[in-house]
Write a protein that binds this ligand. Structure first.
Ligand code: SF4
Ligand code: SF4
Length: 284
């Protein structure tokens, strides 16, 4: 089963939930934890893995073989990202806009575009406390997060329980990380901002046809509008984590909830059982 842990906005405690869920299951079943928040991966701070493998993630960028080019403009026509332009006898390639889809070189009638690899990030694999941990990290200044996320997800082992820590928001990298999951856990906080961004995230998972449930973090800090929204939309609130100075202290020291306060393990196991039940009901 693949569980994505997402949130409409940053700073809701998504990584706190993803890491504690993974650790609470470490002795129950084989777990893979994937950090797909590639612009700012931070699950490693809590999981503290020893990495055993590192590789670069690249995408193929077109390179002009000038002597073959007839400047027909077909490459610019097919590029959906405006990463290539043809003016009179000049072909301009913008690597920072290129998604490496290969359409231009495939469709060039003169075979005038070869491909060179451009590094967009790194992927690291390690392990901690029996959990296989995989993270992607986007190269600084690079905008192409989806290829790095795809590369992390390519290492999914379906024999294991997969937990994906997703970037905040509802942009392309979030969709790339969430799609294909059996369940999406949405972490929010009981504030107007939390509610607004939760509604956007719910809309996204509904479009992807993925069942979801909510974790309310810092419960007690705001109002009851998130609860009312979930009731109205028929979305189960599966866990409430109170606003608590001790939890905030653990978080700031890079200690997971289930390690800092072991009584939380039961709550996370129960959360997992609820997710499993809902995911199976939906699939059935
Ligand atoms: S499609 Fe090929 S031949 Fe035509 S302009 Fe582009 S690179 Fe040149
Ligand atoms: S590889 Fe794809 S995204 Fe990049 S320039 Fe060619 S068509 Fe555009």
């Amino acid at each position: 089963m693949i569980i994505a842990v997402a949130s409409g906005k940053g700073g809701t405690g998504k990584t706190l939930v993803a890491t504690s869920l993974a650790l609470s299951l470490e002795n129950k079943k084989p777990v893979q934890l994937l950090d797909c928040d590639v612009e700012e991966p931070n699950a490693y701070i809590f999981i503290k893995p020893s990495f055993s493998h590192k590789e670069t993630v690249t995408i193929p960028i077109p390179q002009l073989v000038e002597k073959r080019c007839t400047y027909c403009g077909k490459c610019a026509e097919v590029c959906a990202y405006n990463a290539i332009a043809v003016f009179l006898k000049i072909v301009l390639i913008f690597p920072e806009l290129c998604h490496g889809c290969g359409a231009c070189s495939y469709l060039c009638p003169e075979d005038a575009l070869s491909e060179v690899n451009k590094e967009v990030g790194i992927l690291e694999i390690g392990c901690s406390k029996g959990i296989e941990f995989i993270q992607g990290e986007l190269t600084i200044g690079e905008a192409m997060a989806p290829p790095v996320i795809k590369e992390v997800k390519r290492h999914i082992n379906q024999e294991k329980l997969i937990i994906i820590d997703v970037a905040p928001g509802i942009s392309c990298p979030v969709v790339e990380a969430v799609k294909g999951s059996d369940f999406c856990l949405l972490v929010t906080e009981p504030t107007p901002f939390g509610l607004n961004d939760l509604a956007l995230a719910v809309d996204m998972v509904n479009k992807l046809n993925i069942p979801c449930g909510v974790v309310i973090n810092r419960d007690g800090a705001g109002d009851s509008k998130v609860e009312e929204y979930c009731r109205k939309e028929g979305i189960p609130v599966l866990l409430r984590i109170p606003l608590d100075i001790e939890i905030a202290r653990l978080y700031s020291r890079g200690i997971t909830l289930v390690e800092g306060i072991p009584q939380w393990q039961e709550a996370f196991l129960s959360l997992y059982n609820d997710i499993e039940q809902i995911a199976h009901q939906t699939q059935g």
